[in-house]
Design a protein around this ligand. Structure first.
Ligand code: PLP
Length: 384
């Protein structure tokens, strides 16, 4: 059954929900920072959670077989990727797996190749573990953000390099890597014998008609050297329920990962497991409507940005717009937006202070209001 796009127009008051997103700034500010949408979860998820909560016993819980099957069907249906249930590792979140992977599969001083600007945990994981960050610039090619492949090879060839951390679809910037691009990255991983940790948390948020190719699905060698990280949390807005999973096909990598996580990383919360099953089993119609709504929001935002001195490349995926504000020559772009009443993410947290990241996963009326505030501030400052 279709899910009406109007469900995403509903304004939800999150001010009393201990929401990170809504608590960060004063009430007068529209929060458009962290990757968390202002939408209700699908009904199937809410019903399933209500049912589980009403059971009243919340003891230690293992991963239900139904979740394994639901993930397998989802990956097969969306990416034509057949994954064995035995290769799944269930996690309470994705970020802990990024940090753990770096610590387990490299040692102090090893080099970690990371294309950026990127979601800050991909650079934080190597740096906090005292690894050498081998940065690769994302650059614009044919209107998309892609890694500079000359720098990529140079970084992979570094004598200390051990691992590549990939974010696909890329956050921020929203590029969905093509198969050809992934194959070029894989060729480097193979040539320099590097482990690949592929953060694919945004893979179900593709707004254009382009396929997401899981890195590990490229070929046997890629499958053998990759830790794929995925979750239903961004797609179905379940971040507070804490569930993610890894696909690790190589038995030795999987064994080491599991051994090192034991005692440090807890099992996923039972409500996270419950929500994930419902989302993957019954959330398809909601998901399709969500993508249409987000696509409308993206186009709405792109038109408004195009009428200002700011710039934004076409976003293939995610609800996180990466906006170039360099034409405004501001000392502190984040503060400028905040003074206008819009709480965006500061580009410097991802690696470029001349950008801000704006989350448009919200009712379009809110996006409209935020853009009006930004335009008025630009007019007052003489930018328009
Ligand atoms: C690329 C990327 N990875 C991971 C996360 C967070 O994952 P988790 O909440 O499961 O730790 C985010 C959240 O914004 C993200 O954008």
């Amino acid at each position: 059954m279709d899910v009406s796009l109007s469900v995403f127009d509903t304004l939800i008051d999150r001010s009393d929900m201990s929401s990170d997103k809504w608590a960060k700034y004063p009430e007068s500010v529209i929060p458009m920072w962290v990757a968390d949408m202002d939408f209700d979860a699908p009904d199937c998820v809410k019903n399933s959670l209500n049912q589980r909560v009403s059971e009243g016993v919340y003891g230690y819980t293992h991963t239900p077989k139904a979740l394994v099957s639901a993930i397998q069907s989802h990956l097969k249906y969306r990416y034509d990727w057949s994954v064995s249930g035995a290769h799944l590792v269930h996690l309470p979140g994705l970020v802990c797996a990024l940090h753990l992977s770096v610590r387990v599969f490299s040692k102090e001083g090893d080099g970690i190749v990371v294309p950026g600007p990127v979601y800050y945990h991909l650079t934080k994981a190597p740096l906090t573990a005292k690894r050498e960050l081998l940065s690769v610039d994302m650059q614009v090619e044919n209107g998309r953000w892609v890694p500079n492949m000359v720098q990529f090879e140079h970084a992979c060839a570094h004598p200390n390099s051990k691992m590549i951390l990939l974010c696909n679809p890329h956050n921020p910037g929203g590029s969905v890597y093509t198969k050809a691009e992934l194959l070029r990255i894989h060729a480097l991983a193979e040539k320099y014998d590097l482990i690949v940790v592929s953060d694919e948390i945004h893979c179900d948020l593709i707004l254009d008609d382009v396929p997401h190719v899981p890195f590990a699905s490229l070929n046997e060698d890629a499958a053998n050297r990759t830790i794929t990280l995925m979750a239903p949390s961004k797609t179905f807005n379940l971040a507070g329920l804490g569930y993610a999973f890894a696909v690790i096909e190589n038995p030795s990598l999987r064994h080491t990962f599991n051994q090192e996580k034991a005692g440090l990383i807890p099992s996923p919360n039972l409500l996270g497991l419950t929500a994930a099953i419902a989302a993957y089993e019954d959330g398809r119609a909601w998901h399709q409507s969500l993508l249409k709504y987000l696509k409308n929001n993206r186009d709405f935002l792109a038109n408004r940005i195009a009428a200002t001195p700011m710039k934004m490349l076409h976003l293939e995926a995610t609800y996180l717009a990466w906006i170039d504000v360099s034409a405004l020559s501001l000392d502190n772009p984040h503060q400028f937006f905040l003074d206008a009443g819009v709480g965006v993410s500061d580009g410097k947290d991802f690696g470029n202070p001349n950008y801000v990241r704006l989350n448009f996963g919200c009712p379009q009326a809110v996006l409209d209001q935020a853009m009006t505030r930004i335009e008025e501030a630009l007019i007052v400052q003489g930018f328009m």
